[in-house]
Design a protein around this ligand. Sequence first.
Ligand code: M6R
Length: 613
Amino acid sequence: MCGIVGAVARQGAVLQDLVEGLRKLEYRGYDSCGVAVADGAEIAIRRKVGRLTELEALLADGALASARAGIGHTRWATHGKPSDENAHPHSDGSGRMALVHNGIIENYLELRRELQAEGRKFSSETDTEVLSHLVGRELARGLSLADAGRAALSRVHGYYAIAVMAVGKTFELVAARQGPPLVVAATADAAWCASDVLALLPHTRDVIYIEDGDVAELSPGKVVLSRVDGSPVSRPVRHIDWDEEAASKRGFPHFMLKEIFEQPDVLARTAFDRILQLEGDVAFEGDGWDDAGLKRLERLQVVACGTALHAGYITKYLVESLARLPVDVDFASEFRYRGPVLVANTAVLAISQSGETADTLAAMRLARELGCRPVSICNVKGSTVVRESEAVILTHAGPEIGVASTKAFVAQVIAGFMLAVRLGRARGVLAVDDGRRLLDELRCLRPRLEGLLTEKTLSAVRRIAEKHVKAKGFFFLGRGVNFPVALEGALKLKEISYVHAEGYAAGEMKHGPIALIEPGMPIVVINSPGKVAEKVRSNIEQVKARGGHVIAIGADRESLALADDAIEVPDTIEWLSPVLNVVPLQLFAYHHALLRGCDIDKPRNLAKSVTVE
Ligand code: M6R
């Protein structure tokens, strides 16, 4: 959460670059924002509660336009409400330093008391301001900014990505990381840092992901890396495949809609180059997916959060059915604190779009400490999850900007499906012909997805959304591999439309939740041909008998006929049906939110990348 950006240039103004960088990072938090810039002996700070447009209004007088260095921040509040005072950058009151921070300083109260006892004055409720004063105190003792940063960081417990600047005899800009992501880059006449490569793409595609405990000193054309103890370190320069165009709306009114429409291409990018049709198998890049290693596995432990967790549940159904390997799935935030018991030869599979989710990372690290082999399904190439995995399936979904995850989910499900095939083949459970049949179906999915993303579907979904725009709450029901799809449909609606929605295993309704059904209550039921289709039809009857308004989604014609409203989805095999069934649910949430006037790409209280606990 929170986005930070920093720039220092030999010549030329950086303010506009900082603002544009913040625009790319706004998805990480958007309750307030600010910049600090320097052009001479003083640092000027401008910060404002609200969106970036508020800050831009504040900067419109052009007073800071020629600054050659600066830092910026877009905030997702943890300590202290969104306000001008709590917005970053923070300083020590000297006018000679400023700092932006993403993360949490856990011992900030104790440090604040210590600093106040020395006469230091605080002007915000944030934990970050403590760090500014710690750095300021060391600068006052004559330390360089990098050493002052090191000394300050040695006092804090918690996790952080920071960018800090100071003016003195010369200008200095330092960035450091312990937990949240940070990328740095040097170009011919400048140097940059940011929470996400997206903010750096206008300047370069060659970046360095710094590691926990690294400190980066930035000057025009140069980045010098060291460890927090001062020892030198070097990190590889990585080339980013994404371009700026991929991170734009391409004419769609919202990133979310654009990303929903990208799903057929995402499917192709995630799957097609990896299919070995003749062998009825798939090949993932890199080491770690070979037969010998996979044969040894006795269990798979999935850890993930939110939408990625739902993809994990689907992966469980797929791997257990197609590869007969036991799979456990856990909320990463629960796994890490429940003292998990793991059997020998377990691989921990982290699923994450960003690869930076704090809970997922912590769960993965814990499982590794407990002897599991860390592997992952992830969308971001240089992310921490990827770097800490022994084997990775990159989903190649491209940058996902909409806070509500859509295309990343479809890519994760496809990766899960291919993993199930690979495991099935490696373990000798899946015959070549069966592998071929499954992969044939996967290939056929792209035109089916395209066929679903038409004006016909959009207007049918819009009509249903209009009908239920005033509904108090929704149930989403599914069974088998489509139970997690119900969870995902409910999550999408909650996230962007702020309506109560409950995803439930359809067969479990009768054990309690059915009491909630009142005449007219909208119940979305996902059903596709397969083992449980008939059972789901019975569940539809039970809901109808209590006056529920059934909205059926899927390829099961009989369910569609039973329902009050229906969206037909092209047929495919049961195992791949989630990829198609989720699309109308994404569109439903989108239209429902639109009708309710919600901010679709930046829903309230949320942030795209959750790098705090
Ligand atoms: O980046 P990750 O996939 O690790 O993120 C996990 C969740 O925070 C994320 O899926 C979240 O639930 C989305 N907002 C869902 O739309």
